[in-house]
Design a protein around this ligand. Sequence first.
Ligand code: HEC
Length: 175
Amino acid sequence: MDFRIAGALALGSMLAVASCDRAEVKVATSTDAPHVVAASDIEAGRYLVKVGGCNDCHTPGYVQGGGKLAETEWLKGNPVGYRGPWGTTYAHNLRLTTAGMTEDEWVEMLGTRQALPIMPWPSVNAMSEADRRAIYRFIRSLPGEAGTPAPAALAPGIEPTTPYENMMPVMPKAS
Ligand code: HEC
């Protein structure tokens, strides 16, 4: 076989493989860390707070109301505790948290803190910096009163004086 024909055949099969590879790539990529793209940083923050479930714990009545609670009530903290082997924790008032720190301090805290359940720290630790900034800006833009601080966390064995959700693991009775 003429070496030019062999070369053309080899090139042809390489192109076939390459175009096949391209067809399998369906997701747009860039060199940036994955992050939400929206019309504005506030919109990105609103989206992240919604899909990140922050209201589920930090906004009383949000889940029970089917997520229809007005933004004036969002993220004011929860007076109902989460009691488990870690003690009793209360989802903080994030309006007060953000008002008490700079954006950079917030970004650092969300990126590195590993504290008590049932706050999903590993999930927020995994967020890109752009997303952590967007959440801060959205919370700072929320309308309505700032509200009051949530109760302080209690050590295991301390009896809460507030209502709480019992999250103690229960062993099924032996049958
Ligand atoms: C499953 C319930 C739950 C969800 C969902 C949740 N949190 Fe929390 N969060 C908590 C609890 C409980 C605490 C208090 C933990 C403690 O006392 O250490 C907390 C604490 C925090 C704190 C510390 C505040 C401070 O003043 O020290 C921040 C910040 C925070 N949450 C942000 C978020 C964000 C942002 C989201 C959404 C991406 C979110 N949380 C989703 C339950 C939750």
